[in-house]
Design a protein around this ligand. Sequence first.
Ligand code: FEO
Length: 174
Amino acid sequence: MLISADVNTALNEQIGHEFAASVQYVAIAAHFDCEGLPQLARHFYRQAVEERDHAMRFVKYIVDADGRVEIPAIPAPRARFASAEDAVQLSLENEMTVTKQINALMDLAIKRNDHITRNFLEWFINEQLEEVSSMDTLLRMIRRAGEKGLLFVESYLAQHRKVHDDAPPVEQES
Ligand code: FEO
Protein backbone atom coordinates (compact mmCIF):
# COMPACT_ATOMS: atom_id res chain seq x y z
CA MET A 1 0.00 0.00 0.00
CA LEU A 2 1.43 3.36 -1.04
CA ILE A 3 -0.41 5.36 1.64
CA SER A 4 -0.44 5.11 5.43
CA ALA A 5 -3.53 3.89 7.31
CA ASP A 6 -4.34 7.37 8.66
CA VAL A 7 -4.03 8.98 5.21
CA ASN A 8 -6.32 6.23 3.85
CA THR A 9 -8.89 6.99 6.60
CA ALA A 10 -8.73 10.75 5.94
CA LEU A 11 -9.18 10.19 2.19
CA ASN A 12 -12.25 8.04 2.87
CA GLU A 13 -13.71 10.80 5.06
CA GLN A 14 -13.18 13.24 2.20
CA ILE A 15 -15.12 10.96 -0.17
CA GLY A 16 -18.03 11.40 2.24
CA HIS A 17 -17.62 15.19 2.28
CA GLU A 18 -17.58 15.36 -1.52
CA PHE A 19 -20.70 13.19 -1.87
CA ALA A 20 -22.38 15.27 0.86
CA ALA A 21 -21.58 18.42 -1.13
CA SER A 22 -23.03 16.75 -4.23
CA VAL A 23 -26.39 15.91 -2.62
CA GLN A 24 -26.55 19.35 -0.99
CA TYR A 25 -26.18 20.93 -4.44
CA VAL A 26 -28.92 18.65 -5.82
CA ALA A 27 -31.19 19.89 -2.99
CA ILE A 28 -30.34 23.51 -3.79
CA ALA A 29 -30.83 22.95 -7.52
CA ALA A 30 -34.23 21.35 -6.90
CA HIS A 31 -35.19 24.33 -4.71
CA PHE A 32 -34.37 26.75 -7.55
CA ASP A 33 -36.16 24.48 -10.04
CA CYS A 34 -39.32 24.62 -7.90
CA GLU A 35 -38.99 28.41 -7.61
CA GLY A 36 -39.03 28.83 -11.41
CA LEU A 37 -35.35 29.76 -11.69
CA PRO A 38 -34.09 27.28 -14.32
CA GLN A 39 -30.63 28.77 -14.85
CA LEU A 40 -29.79 28.77 -11.16
CA ALA A 41 -31.15 25.21 -11.01
CA ARG A 42 -28.96 24.16 -13.93
CA HIS A 43 -25.94 25.84 -12.38
CA PHE A 44 -26.35 23.83 -9.16
CA TYR A 45 -27.18 20.55 -10.92
CA ARG A 46 -23.85 20.97 -12.69
CA GLN A 47 -22.10 21.73 -9.41
CA ALA A 48 -23.59 18.51 -8.02
CA VAL A 49 -22.06 16.52 -10.89
CA GLU A 50 -18.68 18.19 -10.27
CA GLU A 51 -18.75 17.22 -6.60
CA ARG A 52 -19.55 13.64 -7.51
CA ASP A 53 -16.56 13.71 -9.86
CA HIS A 54 -14.42 14.96 -6.97
CA ALA A 55 -15.57 12.04 -4.82
CA MET A 56 -14.74 9.63 -7.65
CA ARG A 57 -11.23 11.09 -8.01
CA PHE A 58 -10.62 10.15 -4.36
CA VAL A 59 -12.07 6.65 -4.93
CA LYS A 60 -9.81 6.08 -7.92
CA TYR A 61 -6.78 7.42 -6.08
CA ILE A 62 -7.28 5.09 -3.11
CA VAL A 63 -7.71 2.13 -5.48
CA ASP A 64 -4.57 3.12 -7.43
CA ALA A 65 -2.62 3.44 -4.17
CA ASP A 66 -3.80 -0.04 -3.18
CA GLY A 67 -5.70 1.29 -0.18
CA ARG A 68 -9.18 0.40 1.05
CA VAL A 69 -12.26 2.36 -0.04
CA GLU A 70 -14.79 2.75 2.80
CA ILE A 71 -17.44 5.34 2.02
CA PRO A 72 -18.96 6.85 5.19
CA ALA A 73 -22.64 7.62 5.74
CA ILE A 74 -23.76 10.78 3.95
CA PRO A 75 -25.81 13.22 6.07
CA ALA A 76 -29.14 14.43 4.71
CA PRO A 77 -28.82 17.78 2.96
CA ARG A 78 -30.69 20.91 4.00
CA ALA A 79 -33.82 21.12 1.85
CA ARG A 80 -35.45 24.42 2.83
CA PHE A 81 -34.10 27.87 2.11
CA ALA A 82 -35.49 31.25 3.10
CA SER A 83 -34.16 32.90 -0.06
CA ALA A 84 -31.74 32.51 -2.97
CA GLU A 85 -29.17 34.34 -0.87
CA ASP A 86 -29.65 31.83 1.96
CA ALA A 87 -29.01 28.88 -0.42
CA VAL A 88 -25.94 30.42 -2.04
CA GLN A 89 -24.57 31.58 1.32
CA LEU A 90 -24.77 27.96 2.51
CA SER A 91 -22.96 26.86 -0.66
CA LEU A 92 -20.15 29.35 -0.06
CA GLU A 93 -19.81 28.25 3.57
CA ASN A 94 -19.64 24.62 2.42
CA GLU A 95 -16.90 25.44 -0.09
CA MET A 96 -14.91 27.22 2.64
CA THR A 97 -15.29 24.12 4.84
CA VAL A 98 -14.14 21.83 2.01
CA THR A 99 -11.11 24.10 1.49
CA LYS A 100 -10.16 23.63 5.15
CA GLN A 101 -10.64 19.85 4.81
CA ILE A 102 -8.38 19.69 1.75
CA ASN A 103 -5.77 21.83 3.55
CA ALA A 104 -5.90 19.45 6.54
CA LEU A 105 -5.42 16.48 4.19
CA MET A 106 -2.42 18.21 2.64
CA ASP A 107 -0.99 18.91 6.12
CA LEU A 108 -1.29 15.20 6.93
CA ALA A 109 0.34 14.14 3.65
CA ILE A 110 3.25 16.51 4.32
CA LYS A 111 3.59 15.23 7.89
CA ARG A 112 3.82 11.65 6.59
CA ASN A 113 6.31 12.63 3.84
CA ASP A 114 3.68 11.23 1.47
CA HIS A 115 4.63 12.99 -1.76
CA ILE A 116 2.33 10.90 -3.95
CA THR A 117 -0.75 12.02 -2.00
CA ARG A 118 0.59 15.56 -1.82
CA ASN A 119 0.91 15.59 -5.61
CA PHE A 120 -2.62 14.17 -5.98
CA LEU A 121 -4.06 16.87 -3.68
CA GLU A 122 -2.50 19.77 -5.62
CA TRP A 123 -5.36 19.58 -8.14
CA PHE A 124 -7.92 20.02 -5.34
CA ILE A 125 -6.06 22.99 -3.84
CA ASN A 126 -6.33 24.79 -7.19
CA GLU A 127 -9.94 23.67 -7.69
CA GLN A 128 -10.99 25.09 -4.31
CA LEU A 129 -9.65 28.52 -5.21
CA GLU A 130 -11.80 28.48 -8.34
CA GLU A 131 -14.89 27.14 -6.55
CA VAL A 132 -14.75 29.56 -3.61
CA SER A 133 -14.12 32.48 -5.94
CA SER A 134 -16.99 31.68 -8.33
CA MET A 135 -19.45 30.98 -5.48
CA ASP A 136 -18.47 34.27 -3.82
CA THR A 137 -19.10 36.11 -7.11
CA LEU A 138 -22.53 34.48 -7.46
CA LEU A 139 -23.44 35.43 -3.88
CA ARG A 140 -22.43 39.07 -4.44
CA MET A 141 -24.49 39.15 -7.62
CA ILE A 142 -27.56 37.74 -5.88
CA ARG A 143 -27.20 40.24 -3.03
CA ARG A 144 -26.92 43.11 -5.46
CA ALA A 145 -29.91 41.95 -7.51
CA GLY A 146 -32.13 41.20 -4.49
CA GLU A 147 -34.96 38.65 -4.54
CA LYS A 148 -36.94 40.77 -7.00
CA GLY A 149 -34.00 40.99 -9.37
CA LEU A 150 -33.21 37.29 -9.68
CA LEU A 151 -34.18 37.28 -13.36
CA PHE A 152 -31.07 39.43 -13.96
CA VAL A 153 -29.00 36.67 -12.38
CA GLU A 154 -30.82 34.12 -14.57
CA SER A 155 -30.03 36.18 -17.63
CA TYR A 156 -26.37 36.51 -16.63
CA LEU A 157 -26.02 32.75 -16.10
CA ALA A 158 -27.71 32.00 -19.45
CA GLN A 159 -25.37 34.44 -21.24
CA HIS A 160 -22.30 33.22 -19.39
CA ARG A 161 -23.15 29.64 -20.33
CA LYS A 162 -23.66 30.60 -23.97
CA VAL A 163 -20.24 32.29 -24.11
CA HIS A 164 -18.72 29.28 -22.39
CA ASP A 165 -20.45 26.78 -24.69
CA ASP A 166 -19.48 28.78 -27.81
CA ALA A 167 -15.81 29.06 -26.84
CA PRO A 168 -13.44 27.16 -29.11
CA PRO A 169 -12.18 23.91 -27.60
CA VAL A 170 -8.85 24.06 -25.80
CA GLU A 171 -6.19 22.63 -28.08
CA GLN A 172 -4.79 19.33 -26.92
CA GLU A 173 -1.04 18.92 -26.82
CA SER A 174 0.10 16.23 -29.24
FE1 FEO B 1 -15.36 19.30 -4.08
FE2 FEO B 1 -16.61 22.14 -4.22
O1 FEO B 1 -15.44 20.97 -3.42
